[in-house]
Design a protein around this ligand. Structure first.
Ligand code: ZN
Length: 114
């Protein structure tokens, strides 16, 4: 199958496929915004950009700076786009909906956003 990296052009792509992809992207963006609001409503006020790498990374204290290749400790969903971490729970990461499962106070939690 040809991919964008192979030089496929938008003009070569069937309109139905473009519309389906745009629809899927819109749904994904809406869902991600909803998930971030759940964490903010719980009280997570800090956020920072995730380190732009395609693998999990942690700082010297064990706090994730990238959660690519990580899964939420509760629902096991992928944390490539966003995650919640806390210095009070080094090595752990959760999706924005399950931030409370880290066992840290919301004020000590940070939203990592790609
Ligand atoms: Zn989760």
């Amino acid at each position: 199958m040809a991919k964008w990296g192979d030089g496929v052009q938008l003009a070569d792509t069937p309109l139905g496929a473009v519309l389906a992809a745009a629809g899927e992207l819109a749904v994904r963006i809406h869902e991600e915004q909803r998930r971030l609001e759940v964490a903010r409503a719980w009280g997570v006020l800090q956020s920072r950009p995730m380190t732009l790498v395609d693998h999990a990374e942690q700082d010297a204290q064990g706090l994730h700076t990238s959660t690519a290749d990580c899964a939420c400790l509760v629902c096991r969903c992928d944390l490539f786009i966003s995650a919640v971490v806390s210095p009070a729970a080094p090595g752990l990461c959760a999706c924005p909906e399950h931030a409370a499962a880290l066992g840290a106070s919301p004020k000590d939690c940070v939203l990592l956003i790609r």
